[in-house]
Structure formats: C-alpha cells, structure tokens
Ligand binder design. Structure first.
Ligand code: G6P
Length: 368
C-alpha cells in the first residue's frame, strides 16, 4: 500500500504515534495571536451570516460523534451558542425544528459516511448553511457542504479512528475560540486558549510516553469480559471514546458513562472481574469523580485511573495509575484519550485480534 508502516506493527499504533504531528497540522496557519482568534480559509459564509448564528447542530457517527460531543461542551463554554449533537442516522429522519440561523456542521473522517451525507443534504435542503469538518480532501461530504475545515491528518488506515478524533477535537476548539471571539470572549481569554492549544503537541508527545505502562496494565486486564469507562464533563466524551476503542478492536464489552450516572445501572455490573477506567484529571469535578471511584472500590471493582501529573489522591484509590500532563480543562480529552487508545490497542494485540481490520466493521459505512 502507499502508506508505509514505518516500522510500526500496525497502522493503528502508527497513527496513535502520529498525533503530535497531526495536531500541529490541524492548527497550522489557523491561530491568529494578534486578534486572539482562529482563522479558517474555507468557511464560505459572510461575516453577517457567521455573526447571526444562534444555534449550531453537530452531526456525525461513531468516533466523530464523540468529538462532536466535546465540541458541544467547548462551543457552549467559549461562545455561549446553544449546540445540539445529533447522530446523523437519527437527524436525517427526525425533522427537528431549526431556527432560521441554525448552522450545521457534519463531522466525518472519511467524508463518505452515508448517514452523515444524508443528514447534511436534509438540513441543506431546508435552507441552512452546512459546513464539513472532514479529513479526506474532495470527499462527498466535503464537496456537498457549503464550506468547511479540513483536518490535514493524512490518511487514516486503521479502521478504529485515532488521530482523526484528536484532530477533530482541536478543530472544534479552534471553532469555539472563533465563535467565542465573534461574541463575548475577551481578547485575554482568547489569547490564553491559543497558548493552551500551542502547548498541546508536546503534551501529547508526553502522553505517548505512557505506552509501556499501558502495555503492562493491558496485560493485567486483557482477559476481562466487561469494562466501564467513566468521566465527567469534558471527559464524558473521553469515556465514550475509550469504551468504543476497546469494543471495536478487542471485542470486549465496554460502556462509557458519565461517572455519576453509573449509579443508575452500570454499577450492577461491578465485581472483581470488571475493571473501571476513570478519567480523573484535576478540575471542578475532581472530588466528585473521586467519590464515584470510592463507590466502585467499595464493591470490589478494580480501578484504572487516568490522572494528571499533579495527582496524588486518585492514585491512592486506584489499582493502576496512568499519568498524563496537566492541560487546560477543554484539552483534557486530547491528552487523556491517548492512553485509552494505547490500552485498547495492547489489549487487542494480547487477545490476538486483527487490530487494523476488526471483524464486522468498515472504515467508512457507505450503505444505510
Ligand atoms: C465507522 C468507522 C469509525 C468511524 C465511523 C464514522 O464506523 O469504523 O471509526 O468513527 O465510521 O466515520 P467518519 O468517516 O464519518 O468519521
């Protein structure tokens, strides 16, 4: 094939390790420190249209839907625009009421997912501007949208998406900064976000240093039948994505949940053979997540904690600890997802699974 493995045993691992570079590529030329905002070449909407936006709908499938969820949290926090995240397969038949100035973003690595394309067509037919956040240049969705933002992540070969996810998160952070600065976000706040974004490639590089520990943790739990992934706020989407990665490539049943919501069902699964992966960096909900962790421990469930470097208390509670750099709250998923990708990867390898081509899955789903 055209894309080489460059010494890696699988494309998935290669793509995980490309993330410092692909994150850099997603930001290249798009940060404007003079205006403390982001710039995009291809939105193709007038300044009046952009300022008038009073509602944003993000639509996607699979991993792209998880980055959309993070997008909702960031857009609402930075720009105070109400955001709706819709599975494309639902949106296309749902006929939701949309305000006149609703803007649609379709998020898609491949640009060929049939439901995402159909949802975009449907919203476009109703007269709304539609934009694509897409990796594959010239793909169907990129062509049919009124404009958009490319990820520039390079070809993603592994069926389970990795680098496209982090690139989508970065592009959504840029967009949130952009819409924030069009509205109420201060120059200083904009500048701080720019600095936090600029630090990310190096921080993701450091998160990749967890590879060996992730392999050890994987060996310890690779025979489990069920996993829970728990996080709150910005790390709820991270939990969903961690669970999806494991499910896709290792065929272990995994559920991602908002950490507190596990009391309403998933906690019934907890026993000594059901590990829970907590994403618990410092932040406003740190204490709350610790008490969720205690509840799992009290029921004999093993706990794997993804913490930040300043942590001590989560590490005391957990059976296994994986530490990532301290970053801005909105950027936590971008560093925390790295060990989750690695954990899923190593577990799948240990179980003898076909990591790059998992059974029953396709890189892009082009039939309904
Ligand atoms: C398939 C792939 C996933 C991907 C999803 C959406 O299910 O296996 O990795 O997240 O499609 O694909 P898209 O190209 O639209 O992002």
């Amino acid at each position: 094939s055209q894309v080489e493995l460059a010494g890696f045993p699988h494309y998935m691992l290669k793509e995980i390790f490309e993330q410092p570079e692909t994150i850099r590529a997603a930001m290249r030329g798009r940060l404007d420190a003079d205006q403390a905002t982001a710039v995009f070449g291809g939105l193709n909407l007038s300044p009046q249209q952009l300022r008038a936006v009073d509602r944003i709908v993000l639509t996607a499938c699979g991993t792209s839907w998880h980055s959309a969820m993070l997008g909702e949290y960031m857009l609402e926090a930075f720009a105070r625009i109400p955001v709706e995240v819709e599975y494309a397969s639902e949106l296309r038949y749902r006929n939701p009421p949309l305000t006149r100035d609703t803007l649609l973003f379709a998020l898609t690595q491949s640009g060929e997912t049939i439901d995402t394309l159909a949802a975009l067509r449907e919203v476009k037919r109703k007269g709304h501007p539609t934009l694509a956040i897409c990796n594959v240049v010239g793909s169907s969705i990129a062509r049919e949208a009124d404009g958009g933002i490319y990820l520039h992540a390079g070809p993603e070969i592994g069926v389970a998406s990795t680098k496209a996810f982090t690139s989508q998160c970065v592009v959504l952070a840029l967009l949130s900064l952009y819409f924030g600065r069009l509205r109420h976000l201060s120059f200083e706040a904009g500048l701080r976000i720019i600095e936090e974004l600029r630090a990310l490639p190096e921080q993701v590089e450091q998160a990749l240093d967890t590879n060996n520990i992730c392999r050890q943790v994987a060996a310890k739990y690779s025979s489990a039948d069920n996993f829970l992934y728990l996080g709150r706020q910005y790390n709820f989407p991270t939990a969903l994505e961690g669970a999806l990665k494991l499910k896709e490539i290792s065929y272990i049943h995994a559920e991602g949940y908002p950490a507190a919501e596990m009391k309403h069902g998933p906690i019934a699964l907890v026993d000594e053979n059901t590990p829970s992966v907590f994403i618990v960096p410092h932040g406003p909900v740190y204490e709350k997540v610790l008490s969720n962790m205690e509840e799992i421990k009290a029921r004999g469930g093993p706990v794997i904690a993804i913490v930040d470097e300043h942590d001590s208390r989560a590490a005391e509670l957990a059976d296994d600890v994986i530490s990532v750099p301290v970053v801005a709250d909105f950027a936590q998923p971008i560093v925390s997802v790295v060990p989750l990708q690695l954990l899923a990867y190593h577990i799948a390898v240990l179980r003898g699974c076909d990591v790059d081509k998992p059974r029953n899955l396709a890189k892009s789903v082009t039939v309904e």
